[in-house]
Design a protein around this ligand. Structure first.
Ligand code: SAH
Length: 220
C-alpha cells in the first residue's frame, strides 16, 4: 500500500536521519527489503511527543504516556520479519496499538491491519494521528487483546506487542491455517515466540530474549 505523508522533518527528524536508522537495522541483521523500506517510509518522529522528536531515530524504545512505550525499531522490524517470512499478508491483527507505529509499519506490508488497544486514551490519540497521516487500511478497536478480534478473523498473521505469560487460545483460534503469530512470552524472562498454524496442528519456535511491557487484562 502506498502512502503520501507530509513528513518533512529537518535535522534529527529528516529523511537522512531515518535512512541512517535503516542502515543500522541492516547492520544489526534485518534482511527483509520490504520491512526495511517500510521503516524508511514511515516517519517515526510523528508517533512520539514533540519533546522526544530528536530521539525518535535512535535505536531505543521511548515513552508514549500511561507507562507504555513505542517499541525499539529493531524489535518492530523483527516482528515484521517473523510474520512476513512465510506469507503474503492480507489481514493482520496487532495486539497493543500504543501510538500506532507498529500498525503503520504493518500497513505497508499487508492489505488490511486490525489493531486492538485496551487503553482508550492511547487508542483515541493513535486513531487521530493515523487518520491525519492518511492511513486508510488500519482499523483500530478498543478491546482486550486476550480475546483477539473475532469479527474479522481468520488472520494471516498476528503480532502481539505486549508480553503475556502464555499464548492466548483465542489468538491461535483466529489464525488462518498457514498463519503465523509472533509475541513476547514470559514475565521476568521474556522470549519472542512464533506459532505457525498448519492443518496438522501448531508448531512453536522460540527466539531471542526481549523486553516488552506486560499484556494486561481488561479495558481502561
Ligand atoms: N505497538 C505499539 C507498542 C505499544 S506498547 C507501538 O508501536 O507503539 C504495548 C501496548 O499494548 C500498550 O499500549 C498497552 O496499553 C497495550 N496492551 C497491553 N495489554 C493489552 C491487552 N490485553 N489488549 C490490548 N492492548 C494491550
Amino acid at each position: 500500500m502506498s502512502l503520501v505523508i507530509n513528513s518533512k522533518g529537518q535535522g534529527m527528524t529528516s529523511d537522512r536521519t531515518r535512512s541512517r536508522m535503516v542502515e543500522k537495522l541492516r547492520e544489526e541483521g534485518i534482511k527483509n527489503e520490504s520491512v526495511l523500506s517500510a521503516l524508511k517510509t514511515i516517519p517515526r518522529h510523528m508517533f512520539v511527543d514533540e519533546a522526544l522528536n530528536t530521539r525518535s531515530y535512535e535505536m531505543v524504545s521511548l515513552p508514549i504516556g500511561y507507562g507504555q512505550t513505542i517499541s525499539h525499531p529493531f524489535i518492530v522490524a523483527r516482528l515484521c520479519e517473523h510474520v512476513l517470512s512465510e506469507n503474503t499478508l492480507f489481514r493482520v491483527l496487532e495486539i497493543g496499538s500504543g501510538c500506532g507505529y507498529q500498525a503503520a509499519i504493518l500497513s505497508q506490508l499487508a492489505k488490511q491491519v486490525f489493531s486492538i488497544e485496551r487503553n482508550l486514551n492511547l487508542l483515541n490519540s493513535a486513531r487521530i494521528r493515523l487518520k491525519k497521516m492518511g492511513f486508510r487500511n488500519i482499523i483500530l478497536r478498543h478491546g482486550d487483546g486476550y480475546q483477539g478480534y473475532e469479527a474479522n478473523s481468520p488472520y494471516d498473521a498476528i503480532v502481539v506487542t505486549a508480553a503475556a505469560e502464555f499464548v492466548p487460545t483465542a489468538l491461535i483460534n483466529q489464525l488462518k491455517s498457514g498463519g503465523v503469530l509472533v509475541m513476547p512470552v514470559g514475565v521476568d524472562n521474556q522470549q519472542l515466540v512464533k506459532i505457525i498454524k498448519t492443518e496438522a496442528g501448531i508448531e512453536k519456535k522460540s527466539f531471542e530474549r526481549v523486553n516488552f511491557v506486560p499484556m494486561l487484562s481488561g479495558l481502561i
